[in-house]
Design a protein around this ligand. Structure first.
Ligand code: HAX
Length: 436
């Protein structure tokens, strides 16, 4: 049976002629136009990146390798005793575009186990950081501290054919991904649990071992699997994905690229949003009478209107690209309905879901009145005892590493070049606008 690397080789070699043809024969074909608004406005929606790992449709939400979230969760092999798929099998899907068999998944699980030992110096680096360092700063530092392990760098320095760049990149990506869960769990236990570290259990899959090292009982293993899968990829233009791609485009190895993408994810406009949404919902609960008082829809509607009329946004609603309920929200909502239907904080989330979209529509400002992923995820973490807000983005980062590593391997496989867009001056823009 083919290993993941052999399968990937077959896929990459088979794909290359498509990219080469587009470049050689259709290089001058126009894909879109760029307006002044897009240029000044953070390059919003400019079509300027290529990825085949995932695609975000505004009406439908994310598809991973062509599969919707429900299809992904349904089709991938499940971990025995749980309801969620193996994260390892999901990584196989991201890399190859194919749903793996049970056997394929077992091979990836074994590969990760062989590679998962975290060098002691990584823990020493983390222990040397001030205790009040943000967990994302710790995560990023831990990853970049392993840069000396890069096989890509060694082979590149020894002289490597460009066509083969992806091979040591694959080795680096597998080594790094295998180690990330233990690093993330170490940060949690070191920072918030008095340094009481729980060693990895080599019999468990990635999600199961992560939950074990965090010290949180089942079904948190399924929560971890679901969370990592849902947060893995959201095509290439978001800050973390774009940063990972950009840094790797300089042929910086994956340790540099993943450390940098984590730095982008740490921003409040990106990965940090989920903790803000949870804090807001808890504030709503406090104001409306606490966990013993579940508001009626009328009471909640009034609260939402009052919030909007006082000029504030409703956190967890709206999206820059999506124009429907985020399917990542729906997947987590279904998990809540099954596992914590009566949890007061979830009841609040549920009532908000029933009243808010209509109100936002009537209010008429938000282009998307529907909830986004962040409106649900914090509630689940809180329920299972993970109450350290600052840590939530680390969970996001573990998941996002899957998507970005898959992208970087393919970037190298297809020979995508150094990223280098062109900038203009304000004078030039004024000249283009005809003002000067
Ligand atoms: N409540 C009230 N008003 C909202 C709103 C909301 N949830 N979402 C958007 N609006 C308002 C905007 O403030 C804007 O008003 P102004 O014209 O007065 O500035 C108007 O509607 C148009 O905004 P938009 O084009 O619909 O939204 P953007 O693409 O600019 O921004 C945001 C998308 C997600 C940032 C936005 O919807 C928002 O602030 N939502 C609340 C915060 C939130 O949920 N953040 C989580 C983001 C999830 C994510 O992407 N994570 O990575």
């Amino acid at each position: 049976m083919a290993t993941l690397k052999e399968k990937l080789e077959e896929k990459i070699v088979g794909w290359r002629p498509r990219t080469t043809r587009l470049l050689k024969e259709y290089g001058n074909v126009k894909v879109g136009e760029v307006t002044m608004e897009q240029l000044i406005g953070g390059m919003r929606s400019i079509k300027s990146l290529v990825t085949d790992i995932s695609y975000l449709d505004p009406m439908e939400g994310i598809r991973f390798r062509g599969y919707t979230i429900p299809e992904t969760l349904e089709k991938l092999p499940k971990v025995p005793g749980g309801k969620m798929p193996y994260v390892e099998g999901f990584f196989y899907l991201l890399l190859t575009g194919e749903i793996p068999t049970e056997e394929d998944v077992k091979l990836v699980v074994e590969e990760f186990k062989k590679r998962k030992e975290v060098p002691q110096y990584v823990f020493d680096v983390l222990k040397a950081m001030p205790k009040d360092s943000h967990p994302m700063a710790m995560f990023s530092a831990a990853v970049v501290s392993m840069q000396r392990e890069s096989i890509f760098v060694k082979e590149y320095n020894a002289g490597l054919n460009k066509m083969d760049y992806w091979k040591p990149t694959f080795e680096d990506a597998m080594n790094l991904m295998a180690r990330i869960p233990e690093i993330a769990a170490f940060i949690y236990r070191w920072k918030y649990k008095g340094g009481n570290i729980i060693p990895s259990d080599p019999t468990l899959d990635l999600g199961g071992d992560f939950a074990h090292m965090m010290g949180i009982a089942s079904p948190y293993d399924d929560v971890a699997r679901l969370y990592f899968i849902l947060h893995s990829d959201h095509e290439s233009g978001n800050v973390s994905a774009h940063t990972g791609h950009l840094v790797a485009s300089a042929l910086s190895d994956v340790y540099y690229a993943i450390s940098a993408m984590l730095d982008g994810l740490a921003g409040p406009l990106h990965g940090l949003a989920n903790q803000e949404v949870l804090a807001w919902i808890q504030g709503v609960m406090e104001k409306m009478g606490g966990e013993n008082k579940i508001p009626t829809e009328e009471e909640m509607s009034k609260f939402v209107w009052d919030t909007l009329n006082s000029g504030q946004v409703i956190p967890g609603y709206g999206h820059a690209v999506l124009r429907k309920t985020d399917p990542r929200y729906t997947a987590q909502r279904e998990f809540c309905l099954e596992n914590l239907p009566d949890y007061p904080l979830f009841k609040y989330v549920d009532i908000l879901y029933r009243v808010t979209p209509d109100i936002l529509l009537k209010h008429g400002k938000a282009k998307n009145p529907w909830p986004n992923v962040d409106a649900q995820s914090g509630v689940i973490q809180w329920y299972y005892g993970l109450k350290e807000y600052d840590y939530y983005t680390v969970l996001f980062g573990v998941g996002r590493s899957l998507g970005i590593l898959a992208n970087i391997i393919w970037d190298r496989g297809l020979g995508y070049p150094l990223e280098r867009p062109k900038s203009l001056t304000t004078d030039m823009l004024e000249a283009i606008a005809g003002i000067k």
